[in-house]
Design a binder for this molecule. Structure first.
Ligand SMILES: [Cu+2]
Length: 395
């Protein structure tokens, strides 16, 4: 099979020619071919360098056209940004770092409210997102310099009804430009998801035409950094056509944290090299490692519990699983037009969502996890406590 010339590497170009028949003529041919390969290699390097220059010229031009700063290398852009470390190689892992009083801190931590809030009535749902830089705890005693919607990561759970007009106002009280991208919206992103400068407000509206659970996040470049620093949340769009009854509804947002220090004394900031390598120090439900282990989500035996799950990433999927039961109903990918029954684990892709019902009759402690178990070890585990049960869990 012949590949197009541009897909070949110089070293692979002449493999068949570099294995000539024996004889003096062949040896001369090998010598000449060796020279040719050398020349081609130099030419290839020159072409690559020229293409690279052309690319960075194009980037600079695009940046100027957009009125933005061209970012040839995200690391360069990090330097001098508050809450951002300009490292070229990843720091060691700080996974599992904990102060001596970690258990007491976990008990004292006020968990992120996972219960689905009520949707507003009327034709318009107003949403205000105040962007702020904060230091927040992401695990017992672990501090992180986050960029947030409304003072914490994840941002507030937004609940609207299908068909409502969602009127979003972003007020930027941070120190750099931010924006908000709603996956629930069908709208021109260059208009609606535009950068909002520090000190400014911006309002846009979209019709919640599609039911499900969706991610929202900052879409300002480099997006990886803005999501990794805490700028994400979930919006639930309740379908017009009623879903089967659920007794309790919880919203879970998974995310990874990439730290440039343990975060035990001074707050940690983002380690962009770790974010690129996708080697998080912590993975959390609703922004704090293990918070629903210390403070389980509650249910009574026989109730149907609905989980609205978003994987914020920035880069890892969540394999949603509840230990000790099956998912009675699963709307994979948040597609509310049909469901799967009695499945064990359903993938929620980074930037995606899923809706899952469990009905548990027996009292007990049922952990909910990403069954990609490295994430469990990094903090992505919570407990659904069914009935008045105490003790420890198996996972
Ligand atoms: Cu941002």
């Amino acid at each position: 099979m012949a590949y197009p010339e541009t897909h070949r590497y110089p070293g692979q170009l002449h493999r068949s020619e570099a294995e000539p028949e024996s004889g003096a003529l062949a040896k001369v041919a090998v010598l000449l071919l060796g020279l040719l390969v050398g020349v081609l290699a130099v030419a290839a390097v020159l072409l690559w360098a020229s293409a690279r220059d052309a690319r960075s010229d194009a980037r600079a031009a695009a940046g100027k056209a957009a009125g933005a700063t061209a970012i040839a290398n995200p690391h360069d852009a990090m330097a001098g940004m508050p809450g951002m470390a300009a490292t070229s190689s990843a720091t060691a892992s700080f996974a599992g770092a904990a102060p001596a009083n970690a258990k007491a801190l976990a008990a004292a931590h006020k968990p992120f409210p996972a219960a689905l809030p009520a949707a507003p009535t009327g034709p318009v749902a107003k949403v205000h997102l105040g962007v702020k830089d904060v230091v927040q705890q992401i695990a017992p005693g672990i501090k992180y310099r986050a960029w947030t919607f409304a003072g914490g990561a994840p941002g507030p759970v937004i609940h609207v009804r299908q068909g409502q007009l969602v009127k979003v106002t972003v007020t930027n009280d941070g120190t750099m430009a931010h924006s908000v991208d709603f996956h629930a919206a069908r709208i021109a992103p260059n208009m609606a998801f535009r950068d909002v400068a520090p000190g400014e407000s911006f309002t846009f509206s979209f019709r919640a035409t599609d039911p499900g659970v969706f991610m929202y996040h900052c879409g300002t470049k480099p997006v990886l950094a803005h999501i990794a620093n805490g700028m994400y949340g979930a919006i639930v769009v309740t379908p017009t056509r009623p879903l089967p009854k659920a007794d309790r509804e919880y919203v879970l947002v998974s995310s990874e944290w990439y730290l440039n220090s343990p975060g035990l004394g001074q707050p940690a900031s983002l380690d962009m090299a770790k974010a690129h390598a996708m080697t998080p120090d912590w993975v959390t439900w609703n922004g704090y490692a293990g918070q629903y282990v210390a403070h389980p989500l509650q249910a009574n035996p026989g109730e149907t519990i609905r989980f609205w799950v978003v994987a914020a990433g920035p880069s890892l999927d969540t394999e949603f699983h509840v230990v000790g039961t099956l998912l009675n109903r699963a709307w994979a990918n948040g597609d509310m037009t049909h469901l799967q029954r009695d499945v064990q684990t359903v993938a929620v892709p980074a930037g995606g969502g899923g809706v899952f019902d469990v009905k548990i009759d027996r009292p007990g402690l049922y952990p909910f996890v990403s069954h990609s178990f490295a994430s469990v070890d990094l903090g992505q585990v919570g407990v659904l406590r069914v009935g008045d049960v105490h003790g420890t869990m198996s996972h």
